[in-house]
Design a binder for this molecule. Structure first.
Ligand code: HEM
Length: 386
């Protein structure tokens, strides 16, 4: 019985300690602290009783001397300790806290801000990747999770995080995104109350803000779904194609205005193409870890020609933009008059780009999510440099 009690105490201590070390709400924390204190109190009693027993045994002056006759003492001490612990817990926790402790954990803005801060910290620490940041690939993960939305059937979108499963994880467009999912795994382990689908879009928001982009309002409410909800291949844009394809793909998501498509494409100021992932190669700008309107300026102001190589058909910069690249879909934005209007607006005005980008990315990440909340639930996270 003593060993069973010890095992229980240890388990209580272990789980209290591990729960305390992971992120908890103030309410959870105080409840857990009380539980930990209770377990410690029990253990102290147990140690004292054991010490008393050993001392008595060595002196031979115990109340009885035989182990079986000590059982009532041990039971008495255990009951007293349990009773004291119960009284302690019920006496020290205020009624409203005890009431709330019965309810499921309801994260507040500050809980989500903690998740944001943890991702931002990891982005800062893990600077050995690619051009010095996992930011671009986190944004691509959030976009590819959301961009599968089909407005007519109301399927796909960021609700579900179905890219965790094959076949969606194996779709050609998602090549390389396991890197982003793996980057977020320790964050999810630390905040297990958050769904993967909320985490992916929150991480993309964090990536944009930490790469000096605008604030992206975000709200929680996505649920993880199983493999049955994986979307069919072919819902994301194909970079080898041109304007009619872009309008069809983004139109299917519900983005029917050229302005929205051009603003979203401005994300290609960030990151790069990898031959082993998409078949394309190189970055779009000279500052692939800082969001600016540079992509639009380069599209308009530089000379681009087809690259002569064995790889996928892409454009390469000439002169001042040597070393940079553009996809056929990027060049479609300057070839097509409807799109070009907005490329000109954004190339001339970074503020206009940031304003429209923030609005359309916010809506992209909300596609198909059955929020139980209104727009007032949207949060604006503090960036690490605010
Ligand atoms: C307009 C249609 C689009 C096409 C055809 C397209 C295509 C691509 C391709 C081929 C890559 C290279 C992947 C690799 O080799 O690693 C890429 C990367 C990227 N895309 Fe897009 N994309 C589109 C729209 C978007 C949108 C709307 C966003 C975000 C709002 C976005 C964000 C990114 C980012 C940040 C990267 C860099 C990822 C990295 O550095 O690992 N893209 N895109």
């Amino acid at each position: 019985m003593a060993s069973a009690a010890r095992t229980l105490s240890r388990a209580a201590l272990r789980s209290s300690a591990s729960s305390l070390s992971s992120s908890s709400s103030p309410l959870q924390t105080s409840t857990l602290r009380a539980a930990a204190r209770f377990a410690i109190a029990q253990q102290t009693c147990r140690h004292q009783s054991r010490r008393g027993y050993a001392d008595n045994a060595s002196s031979g002056n115990g109340p009885s001397g035989g182990s079986s006759s000590k059982l009532p003492w041990l039971i008495g001490i255990a009951l007293a300790a349990g009773g004291a612990g119960y009284a302690y817990t019920t006496m020290t926790l205020p009624d409203d806290v005890k009431e709330q402790a019965k309810e499921p954990f309801k994260p507040t803005f500050e809980d989500y801000q903690k998740v944001y801060d943890a991702i931002a910290k990891r982005l800062e620490e893990e600077s050995d990747y690619d051009d010095g940041s996992y930011g671009p690939i986190l944004l691509r993960l959030g976009w590819h999770a959301s961009g599968t939305y089909d407005a007519s059937t109301q399927t796909g979108g960021s609700n579900g995080a179905t890219m965790r499963f094959a076949p969606e994880s194996d779709h050609g467009a998602n090549a390389g995104l396991s890197t982003a999912r793996a980057f977020l795994q320790p964050i999810h382990a630390h905040f297990p109350w958050l769904t993967h689908s909320d985490l992916w879009t929150l991480a993309a928001v964090c990536a944009i803000q930490e790469m000096q982009g605008p604030k992206i309002p975000w709200r929680p409410g996505r649920a993880d779904r199983d493999v049955a909800f994986c979307t069919p291949d072919g819902r994301l844009p194909d970079a080898r194609k041109e304007q009619s394809h872009l309008r069809a793909i983004f139109g299917r998501m519900g983005f029917e205005h050229d302005r929205e498509i051009v603003a979203l494409s401005g994300a290609h100021a960030l990151g790069r193409c990898h031959v082993d992932r998409s078949g394309f190669e190189g970055p779009w700008t000279f500052s692939p870890t800082v969001l600016t309107n540079e992509y639009f300026k380069l599209l308009l102001g530089e000379t681009w020609r087809w690259r002569k190589w064995d790889g996928a058909r892409q454009y390469e910069g000439v002169g001042g933009s040597r070393g940079l690249m553009m996809l056929p879909t990027d060049m479609a934005l300057v070839k097509d008059k409807g799109f070009r209007r907005y490329v000109e607006v954004y190339a001339a005005d970074n503020e206009a780009f940031f304003r429209d980008f923030a609005d359309v990315v916010m809506r992209l990440f909300e596609l198909g999510v059955p929020f139980g909340t209104g727009e007032e639930a949207r949060m604006r996270f503090r960036s690490s440099f605010d």
